[in-house]
Design a binder for this molecule. Structure first.
Ligand code: NDP
Length: 264
């Protein structure tokens, strides 16, 4: 039997074990996916190796620590410098980022996007910024405060805080802030968001549930999506990487949709 785990702090709320374990069952694979709560990311490599895992996923706040724990990093993760998927082969750990391509799969049903504004400047914003850049879009980053923007400026992204931003027109507005997760807050002042939505076509929210950001976007007639499909596709792509990309993506997706109770 192969063994996989989710590293993070906390991990008890995560839907990933349910998604991966149902995929094992539906695809007839002898594998198990557990949770590993971890306080100190510096111990990630040691714990991963001690547990004799075949692979793992990594969530908040250890994605940057996971990058440092790898022997090799492949794909877009080399730019993002944050890892959510680890694979153990022949004594070495290889790291990938499936949040970025997972996001691109989630917005694939939107029409043509030429311009995008990302709200927030945390780890998820970094993954999504590089994802959009990989498709030829130069996203603009808007954050409530300046410090986290430095890492984006160093990578050549155009960045603003709420204070120095003059709203332009963007096809897509993406909320990667945690505003709306446990409160009823907007990620920017409401008037600014209304101005942006008046000129936009699509809104994407990384949080998995309805938020004030999405409600306002819908009220402005935008085509909207929450983070469930991104969660689905980052999981599908990770599961296929665990199996050396030998499986049919749609079969994994069907099992994971069932775990998330999503319609196809
Ligand atoms: P970080 O802590 O790295 O960054 C959070 C960002 O949100 C910062 O830019 C912060 O601004 C901003 N922020 C926080 N609260 C507010 C607020 N009340 N108003 C305005 N801005 C705010 O978080 P992550 O990037 O790791 O995660 C962000 C979200 O993405 C989480 O809710 C997480 O659940 C979700 N997520 C979803 C995934 C999916 O598959 N759908 C995958 C991964 C994450 P400042 O710099 O000023 O503090």
């Amino acid at each position: 039997m192969t063994l996989y785990s989710l590293f993070g702090n906390p991990v008890s709320h995560s839907l990933s074990p349910r998604m991966h374990n149902l995929a094992f069952t539906r695809l007839g694979i002898d594998g198990a996916y557990i949770r590993t709560p971890l306080e100190d990311g510096a111990h990630l490599r040691e714990v991963f190796l001690n547990q004799k895992l075949d692979g793992a996923n990594v969530t908040v706040p250890h994605k940057e620590a996971a990058f440092r724990a790898c022997d090799t990093v492949l794909g877009i993760a080399t730019s993002i410098k944050a890892i959510n998927t680890l694979i153990y082969t022949k004594g070495a750990i290889t790291g990938y980022n499936t949040d970025a391509p997972g996001f691109l799969r989630a917005i694939a049903s939107f029409g043509i996007v030429r311009t995008a504004l990302i709200l927030g400047a945390g780890g998820t914003a970094k993954a999504l910024a590089f994802a959009l850049k990989s498709t030829g879009i130069a996203p603009v980053i808007l954050n409530r405060s300046a410090p986290k923007l430095d890492a984006f400026i160093a990578e050549g992204f155009t960045c603003f805080t709420h204070e120095n931003f003059s709203p332009a027109s963007f096809d897509l507005i993406v909320n990667t802030t945690s505003a709306g997760l446990s409160d009823e807050a907007f990620p920017t002042p409401e008037a600014l968001l209304k101005t942006l939505f008046n000129k936009a076509t699509y809104a994407f929210e990384v949080i998995y549930k309805p938020t004030p950001f999405l409600a306002l976007a819908k009220a402005h007639g935008l085509t909207c999506k929450d983070g469930k499909e991104m969660l689905l596709w980052q999981g599908v792509l990770a599961f296929n990487l665990f199996h050396h990309n030998t499986l049919a993506e749609e079969k994994i997706a069907d099992a994971m949709r069932e775990a998330l109770r999503l319609s196809s």
